[in-house]
Design a protein around this ligand. Structure first.
Ligand SMILES: [Zn+2]
Length: 630
């Protein structure tokens, strides 16, 4: 009896094991076809197999990795039909705008739908006769609770096309079929299906690896020449090689490739979106236009830095990424801000951005942060928490953002500059912001890569502080830096820090009168104030607000911008000047405005100011700004 019992129990265990293994391994199968790409829609079939009894909750994402606001991708879905494994129709109920609840199935549920997409960028879906640029969350349904299941994606060639697939999805022997180890990874895998131009290169970072060094692929869809593509590939490789020394090594890219999905077409929208083993780069600019090309390379540099800082070195606030509600992180000042600081630094070190260009960017960011009124209300951590409202978020009401918000990209980049220079300053260039990034990578990034699509050791702000204490060799410095400049609202002494590198931070218009940074629009007999008047600026204190009209300054009728500028040039900072303006209600106000000195600064190399670069400054500048490539 005992042996019989044991056998039966054993048999039951086997059955359960086989059933659960099949349940765990049945991939979600997607079939993407393009019957009429010129009309900007894609046909999708999703097959969910081994569905447990009960309700299958099929959803469209509301968010997309690397984006922090809600995007409500279900709005573009239409013509939805659901059938069981025998092809018999099933009804789906709609508990919310994003979800289809399917019951009464036979263990298989097949959902078909069309999805419209006419925005080529890193967030949405862009389909036309030239390509399908697919951000997966904008296009593919998923089942709630099924994120550990693998996926299999089949692309169907549009009639008459010979498109190729560029993606970080795992390849199979069929060039139109790909897999993902789990749905997290699928959602993170933007895909370009087009007749793109391919450029490839390999980079050996000198680390011991099981296989060959990784391959970098550039899948380029543009309206330029082969020579444009070659020159672009050369510069992308320079950026890749200049980034590696900061972290000391390349990440372990799954499938041993990293793909730049680069789409530069007049109708594309400017965007760059980081992913684990790829990036989606889109612009309406062209590689042949030097100015537009500079912007394009800046985005390449920014997004590639994210392969470490964001994709693998990741804030606990956005891991795992939530596809059902807005994701909030305390640390976008690091994830986006430090990435912005280093993207320009890398371009400069790689010889792709001249010193004047770099200094212009630094001065612009310092102005935005030190003078931006938002800092009176929010720290860099607080600004990061605003991302769900500002990161390509749509709203129709006016906000006070120009007065109460500073982009965490800019704020964080200025903190990055300040930290880099402070570390160099206090250690005589023995340590640096580069060393800080490497320490973060060692502590959080490298060990966290156990499953593709997931980060197992995301950081918290305390962990960041700990790493800084180690790099600086001084816990007090780390605590002080975070409490003043990251969690607090103070700014560093940039003039002194830049001075170490022989760079002069000075007023850009000394002695010039300043009313506040506002957009004025000429028209008729007065100048209309477009946009919010900056908090506590001279115009603000004078009571001037958005949509008011400036009529007369110091006795001069303001009939044009030229007249206004001439009138301002005659004034001096500190003077109280009569100002007549008309409120949007029609009320005429005869008041006064007390002008201030233009507070904006510029950063200039000391040798361009008639000064002398000392040997110490030269060394400091060189260790900071010259190429770090071995
Ligand atoms: Zn970014």
């Amino acid at each position: 009896m005992l042996s019989g019992m044991v056998k039966r129990v054993f048999a039951v265990f086997i059955l359960v094991f086989v059933a659960s293994a099949a349940w765990a391994q049945a991939p979600v199968e997607y079939r993407l076809s393009f019957p009429a790409p010129e009309h900007r829609w894609m046909q999708v079939e999703v097959k969910f197999a081994a569905v447990p009894a009960g309700v299958l909750q099929v959803r469209m994402a509301r968010t997309s990795p690397g984006r922090y606001a809600l995007h409500e991708f279900a709005k573009n879905v239409f013509d939805v039909a659901v059938v069981n494994g025998k092809g018999q129709p099933l009804t789906a109920t709609r508990p919310d705008p994003h979800q289809w609840d399917v019951t009464g199935h036979d263990g298989t549920v097949v959902v078909t739908y069309k999805v419209f997409g006419d925005r080529t960028d890193g967030t949405y879906l862009g389909i036309d006769s030239m390509h399908a640029h697919i951000n997966i969350p904008a296009a593919l349904m998923f089942a709630r609770g099924w994120f550990e299941r693998p996926a299999r994606v089949t692309f169907v060639q549009p009639r008459g096309k010979t498109w190729k697939v560029a993606t970080q999805l795992f390849p199979t022997t069929d060039p139109l079929v790909f897999t993902a180890p789990n749905i997290h990874y699928l959602m993170d895998s933007p895909t370009d299906f087009s007749a793109y131009t391919l450029r490839e290169f390999t980079v050996d970072d000198g680390q011991k690896r099981a296989g060959p060094p990784p391959t970098f692929r550039i899948a380029l869809t543009h309206d330029g020449t082969e020579a444009d593509a070659d020159a672009f590939a050369t510069d992308v490789e320079r950026i890749v090689r200049e980034t590696i020394p900061i972290f000391g090594e390349l990440p372990q890219f799954e499938t041993n490739t990293y793909t730049f999905l680069s789409t530069y077409l007049p109708w594309a929208s400017g965007d760059g979106m980081e992913h684990r083993n790829s990036t989606s780069l889109t612009s309406s600019g062209a590689l042949r236009n030097p100015q537009q090309r500079q912007g394009i390379l800046g985005t390449v540099s920014h997004e590639f830095f994210h392969a470490w800082n964001m994709e693998r070195l990741r804030s606990a606030g956005v891991e795992p990424f939530d596809f059902e509600q807005a994701d909030m992180s305390d640390d976008l000042w690091l994830g986006e801000g430090f990435t912005s600081y280093f993207d320009s630094l890398i371009l400069h070190r790689a010889g792709l951005l001249p010193l004047d260009g770099l200094l212009g960017e630094l001065a612009g960011s310092i102005n935005a942060v030190t003078l931006g009124p938002g800092r009176q209300f929010r720290s860099a951590v607080d600004m990061s928490r605003m991302a769900p409202f500002v990161d390509a978020a749509a709203s129709i009401d006016r906000t006070a953002f120009p007065n109460v918000f500073i982009s965490y990209y800019t704020y964080g980049s200025v903190i990055g500059l300040g930290l880099d220079l402070s570390l160099r300053d206090r250690s005589n260039a023995q340590t640096s912001g580069d060393q800080f990034m490497k320490a973060l990578w060692t502590q959080f990034g490298r060990p966290g890569q156990k499953t593709p699509g997931k980060v197992s050791t995301p950081y918290t702000i305390d962990g960041l502080k700990e790493s800084l204490a180690k790099v600086a060799g001084d816990r007090g410095f780390a605590n002080d830096f975070f409490s003043k400049y990251v969690e607090g609202r103070e700014v560093l002494d940039y003039a002194r820090l830049l001075g170490r590198a022989g760079l002069v931070l000075r007023k850009r218009a000394p002695g010039k009168a300043f009313a506040g940074q506002v957009q004025l629009q000429a028209g008729g007999s007065a100048l209309r104030v477009n946009g919010l008047v900056p908090w506590q600026s001279p115009l603000y204190k004078a009571g001037v607000a958005q949509e008011d009209q400036l009529a007369n300054l110091g006795g001069v009728d303001l009939t044009s911008m030229a007249v206004f500028e001439e009138a301002m040039a005659k004034q001096k900072p500190g003077l109280a000047v009569p100002l007549r303006f008309i409120r949007r209600s029609g009320e005429i106000v005869n008041g006064t405005i007390t002008l201030e000195e233009d507070p904006r600064v510029e950063v200039v190399a000391i040798e361009k100011t008639g000064g002398m670069l000392t040997d110490d400054q030269r060394r400091f500048r060189a260790s900071w700004l010259t190429s770090q490539r071995q």
